[in-house]
Design a protein. Structure first.
Length: 156
């Protein structure tokens, strides 16, 4: 990776992802889109499983690194999302289905329902998805790596 301080945050993210893709010997193309304060990077290719990792751990770690390189010397730091093979959208849909089921169970039983442990990124997806419902609340419990989200009927 170069030491060029004149690179934009987008350039630094592209270079990081190309470096990681090469190191993993992936046959992947890096696509970057920028909209001011957000950088979205997508790897396109076959067999992205190694890049995504077990339970998305690798892609989440790469996203964290990409944020760090993009944020270097920037104020405010741009938000960065890294995706591969549509993983983020598929995972979001799974999390939303789990959130809907947990909300229904919590309302039916009038008791809080704990979801399985998940990353901070995934907990945020569920928090954001359920925040405007008006009949349930969400909060996180536990410590990493076993931190999980709880869906509770409002007022319980």
């Amino acid at each position: 990776m170069s030491d060029d301080d004149d690179q934009t945050p987008t350039d630094r993210v592209r270079e990081l992802l190309e470096h990681i893709s090469d190191a993993l010997e992936l046959d992947a193309d890096v696509e970057i889109a920028e909209d001011g304060e957000r950088i979205r990077a997508v790897l396109h290719g076959d067999d992205m499983g190694l890049f995504i990792g077990r339970h998305g751990q690798t892609i989440d770690a790469v996203q964290h690194l990409a944020f760090k390189v993009a944020a270097h010397g920037e104020s405010p730091a741009p938000k960065v999302e890294v995706d591969a093979a549509g993983y983020r959208e598929r995972r979001r849909q799974v999390l939303e289905r789990q959130a809907d089921q947990a909300a229904a169970d919590a309302l039916r039983s009038a008791r809080p329902v704990a979801l399985d442990a998940m990353s901070a990124t995934e907990r945020k997806v569920v928090h954001e998805y359920l925040k405007d419902r008006g009949d349930v609340e969400t909060y996180s419990e536990g410590t990493e790596p076993d931190r999980h989200l709880v869906v509770a009927p409002l007022g319980s």
